[in-house]
Design a protein around this ligand. Structure first.
Ligand code: SF4
Length: 256
């Protein structure tokens, strides 16, 4: 377990090194010619447009950018500590196939098992929710880690377990979940649907979920209030009527 390895790390006599920014390997010039693994499980339309190179509107506040950087630094520090403890097999390994590309966080040898880790820094509120209520990682996080596992295994590298470690930004507590490799088939189905749409060049329909609130394509999908729609104009939509259950429908403006 990550927490156990770190406990051992802190028992050692050491000087704390300062964290060098260059250990944070998140590349700002990412390859967008393929789908990003880090977008797995998210809205198909967003992933499709992103791969088409359509620019997102981004107006992140300084505090949000600092939060993102804090996450990068924490990840880099974990990788440093795991390396120092001699349990790190690899980190930030690029994984790709014809359609997808991404970088896994790290693979660790823990108690004789080879474990692929995905780190998620999260707000204290969400961390408490995970602890107290659902007790399960988010579906999109499962999709992401399972895609890394699939691409890693495609390299014929050994893998015994897949885990997601949530780190609270408020308290720096860690909670980790082991994700059964059996969930891989559902994740593969999601990718198959998206890749099929891409090959047919069929734009996926609009959805209406919580993701839209934070999406850089929000204005494109939900034009400014008050816009006049033309008669006969139609809009395909998908609504999530209960968790994981979607219905597809089309709105046509009839002019009456
Ligand atoms: S605004 Fe919503 S429907 Fe549109 S691309 Fe973003 S997440 Fe998808």
């Amino acid at each position: 377990m990550l927490a156990t390895i770190l406990k051992e790390f802190f028992r050692r006599e050491m000087l704390f090194p300062s964290i060098l920014l260059d250990v944070s390997v998140h590349n700002p010039n990412r390859d967008t010619t393929r789908f990003r693994v880090s977008d797995a499980g998210k809205c198909h339309r967003m992933r499709y447009w992103k791969r088409q190179g359509i620019a997102m509107e981004r107006d992140l506040s300084v505090s949000v950018q600092l939060l993102l950087q804090t996450g990068n630094l924490l990840h880099a520090w974990f990788e440093y500590a795991l390396k120092e403890m001699g349990v790190l097999v690899c980190s930030e390994l690029e994984l790709a196939d014809t359609y997808r590309i991404g970088h896994l966080d790290c693979v660790v040898k823990d108690s004789g098992k080879i474990v692929l880790y995905d780190f998620k820094t999260t707000s204290g509120k969400r961390f408490n929710f995970l602890n107290q209520h659902s007790g399960q990682p988010l579906d999109e996080h499962i999709c992401q880690v399972m895609t890394y596992a699939e691409l890693y295994q495609a390299l014929l590298l050994p893998l015994d377990e897949v885990r997601i470690a949530y780190i609270s930004r408020d308290t720096l507590e860690i909670r980790e979940f082991s994700v059964p490799l059996s969930t891989q088939s559902e994740v593969k189905d999601d990718w198959t649907r998206l890749i099929k749409a891409w090959e047919a060049q069929e734009e996926p329909p609009q959805v209406d979920t919580w993701e839209c609130k934070y999406c850089g394509y929000r204005k494109r999908c939900f034009p400014v209030k008050g816009r006049k729609y033309e008669e006969g104009e139609s809009q395909k939509m998908v609504a999530e009527i209960s968790p994981g259950v979607f219905i597809e429908f089309q709105i046509v403006v009839d002019g009456h």
